[in-house]
Design a protein around this ligand. Structure first.
Ligand code: UDP
Length: 414
């Protein structure tokens, strides 16, 4: 895939030059290593965001890194979405036809493997089966971006026998690690402060984006940004806003787009539009790929950011809002819990009522909102920038090269 160039030096203003030098020294032990990342979508969703920064930075520090995307039919992605949902705790049954499609699609994608790779980094379950063709040379890492703590036992036992053919598996949080016969690494992801989604914007650009999307600049904005997916509970966000808005006038902006590997999006969007009907202060926006700068402007215009997920791998969108100094109200699930420290970097919630309560509290107390936002930004700088993420990747690859013993290795989790 064609990717823009990035330089690690450009991150020195956030983390200091010394950190940049340290990472370059670490990377020198991997100079020239051929690293292939494979996932299932080039746009939409957190994994594509991460790879868009990680791969150019790996190149910048001397690795021969590339990113390829596997291909699959709509029916294949329906099967992998069912796998995804059941790893998040939904009870779905993998049918023999579904499994056949999984393996047939894997077979059709074998050509994507770079035969001379030193490291194969496979992201999430869709391309997992590619390991069936593994040779002796490359070390294989499965990078899982999903919360597996409540995974359906049937689905997990199917995946587990494939995962154990890898040399290692990496998870965002310690509680996602599983009973496995291979080494496991724990490393949370990161956001890129320099990409169009997170870079600083002028007030006039933000204002013009508000005008373009016909939002009222005088009304406080409560916002959720995420794919239209039931696990993100967009309808729950609408109910929470409706309760809060009875006493605190505000507008709700739902910003969403579809990922290519998510076939349920259109149906969930229709449910959301129905729930929003009749309230002119609810704006349901459908963003095209490549509108990251608009998403950035909208996030910056928000008074409060909500991420009321009922399941969440990590929740990069929470990190993005925290980076922008926003007070975030997040569902107390998955990786959101490792970002929001209750009452310090935001608020964790468990229900519509709780979300409405926190919206009212923040709308009524701008000083508290500002303080939470400032703490949140500092927390992101300390834990979730690409420099730290790259360092964790380099450590994982170095460790894999030396065929470590079976263990769980935490690479600086917050
Ligand atoms: N995103 C976007 N446009 C949208 C919806 C989401 O650019 O309309 C981005 C969002 O800013 C974030 C990523 O997609 O960078 C979502 O990552 P997250 O980890 O929050 O959730 P996932 O989609 O991976 O479950």
């Amino acid at each position: 895939m064609d990717l823009p160039k990035k330089s690690l030096d450009d991150y020195a203003p956030f983390v200091g030059l010394e950190e940049v030098h340290e990472i370059r020294t670490l990377a020198s032990y991997l100079r020239g290593a051929r690293v292939q990342h494979i996932n299932s979508t080039a746009v939409g969703g957190g994994v594509a965001e991460l790879l868009g920064t990680l791969v150019p930075l790996m190149r910048d520090v001397g690795l021969d890194a590339r990113w390829d995307v596997m291909k699959g039919s709509q029916a294949f992605f329906e099967v992998t979405k069912a796998i995804h949902n059941s790893l998040h705790g939904a009870r779905e049954v993998l049918t023999p036809e579904g499994l056949k499609l999984f393996w047939d699609t894997t077979q059709e994608n074998l050509g994507v493997l770079e035969r001379d790779a030193d490291f194969e980094c496979i992201h999430d379950p869709q391309p997992l089966g590619l390991v069936k063709e593994r040779g002796e040379k490359a070390r294989w890492l499965w990078r899982c971006h999903i919360d597996l703590s409540d995974a359906d036992p049937g689905t997990w036992s199917f995946l587990r026998q494939i995962v154990e053919r890898y040399d290692g598996a990496a998870f965002h949080l310690p509680e996602y690690a599983k009973e496995l016969s291979i080494p496991q690494y724990v490393a949370p992801p990161a956001i890129d402060p320099l990409n169009e989604k997170n870079t600083e914007l002028t007030q006039s650009e933000i204002t013009s984006v508000l005008e373009r999307y016909q939002l009222d600049p005088r009304l406080p904005i409560v916002m959720q940004v995420s794919r239209y997916d039931r696990l993100k509970d967009p309808v729950g966000v609408i109910r929470s806003y409706q309760r809060a808005a009875r006493s605190h006038p505000c507008q709700l902006v739902l910003v969403g787009g579809a990922a290519n590997d998510d076939p349920e999006g259109a149906q969930v969007l229709a449910e959301v539009q129905e729930a929003a009907q009749g309230d002119p202060n609810i704006h349901v926006l459908v963003m095209a790929p490549g509108t990251g700068r608009d998403v950035n402007a909208l996030q910056r215009a928000a008074t409060i950011v909500v991420q009321k997920s009922v399941r969440e791998g990590f929740g990069l969108v929470v990190t993005e809002a925290m980076w922008k100094g926003k007070p975030v109200i997040g569902g107390a699930v998955g990786g959101i819990r490792s970002q929001i420290l209750q009452g310090t970097t935001g608020f964790l919630v468990h229900s519509v009522e709780g979300t409405a309560y926190r919206i009212r509290q923040l709308l009524g107390n701008p000083d508290l909102a500002r303080q939470l936002g400032a703490n949140a930004r500092r927390y992101v700088i300390e834990n979730f920038l690409p420099t730290t993420y790259l360092k964790r990747w380099l450590l994982m690859l170095l460790s894999l090269r030396h065929r470590p013993a079976r263990a769980v290795v935490a690479l600086g989790t917050p």
